[in-house]
Design a protein around this ligand. Structure first.
Ligand code: S3P
Length: 167
C-alpha cells in the first residue's frame, strides 16, 4: 500500500473522521476530511449548501473533490456518507488506493448521531426514522465495498488497528 491513499467510506456516524485522523497520525500521512474541504470550496457550511443550493449542487462539489483527491497520493481521506451513491466516485477512489467501508449497528448509529445538528439528511426530531430510511436505500452501496470494518462496540484505536492489518 506504499504511496496509495486510504479512503474511509460508510454511513454517517461510523467514525470516518475520528478513525481517519488517528490512522493518518499512525501512518504519518496527511488527513483529508472531505466535508471540511467541500465547505471551504463552497464558502459555507454543509447545511447551508443543502438549504440554499440543493443536494445536487452538494453532490457536484463532492464529485469534483473526489476527482481532485484521487489524483494525489499518501492521504488518509474521510469521505462523506453519500459518496458511495456515485459509482464513479468509488471507481476513482479504488484506483487511487484502498477503500474501507466502516459500519455500525443501527442502534449504535442512532446513539452516536443523537446530538448531531449539522447533518441535513437527518430528520429533525426523528433521527432513528431518518437513519433507518436512509440505511435501507444505501445498504447495497456500502455492502459492495470489499474491505469492511464493523465498528460496533469498538474504540477508535481498535478500528485503526483493524485497518492497519489490512494494509
Ligand atoms: C452525507 C453525509 C455527511 C455530509 C453530508 C451528506 C450523506 O458526511 O457529507 O451531510 O449523504 O450521508 P458524514 O458522513 O461525515 O456525516
Amino acid at each position: 500500500m506504499t504511496g496509495s491513499n486510504i479512503v474511509l467510506v460508510g454511513f454517517m456516524g461510523t467514525g470516518k473522521s475520528a478513525v481517519g485522523q488517528r490512522l493518518a497520525q499512525a501512518l504519518h500521512r496527511a488527513f483529508v476530511d472531505m466535508d471540511a474541504l467541500i465547505e471551504s470550496r463552497a464558502g459555507k457550511p454543509i447545511p447551508r449548501i443543502f438549504r440554499e443550493d440543493g443536494e445536487s449542487h452538494f453532490r457536484d462539489i463532492e464529485r469534483a473533490v473526489v476527482r481532485e483527491l484521487a489524483k494525489k497520493r499518501e492521504q488518509v481521506i474521510a469521505a462523506g456518507g453519500g459518496v458511495v451513491l456515485d459509482q464513479g466516485n468509488i471507481r476513482e477512489f479504488s484506483r487511487s488506493g484502498l477503500v474501507v467501508c466502516l459500519s455500525a449497528s443501527q442502534e449504535e448509529l442512532v446513539r452516536r448521531l443523537s446530538g448531531s445538528t449539522d447533518r441535513p439528511l437527518l430528520k429533525k426530531g426523528d433521527h432513528a426514522g431518518g437513519i433507518s430510511d436512509l440505511l435501507k436505500k444505501r445498504q447495497p452501496f456500502y455492502d459492495a465495498i470489499p474491505a469492511q470494518v464493523d465498528t460496533t462496540g469498538l474504540t477508535v484505536e481498535e478500528v485503526v488497528s483493524r485497518i492497519l492489518v489490512m494494509l
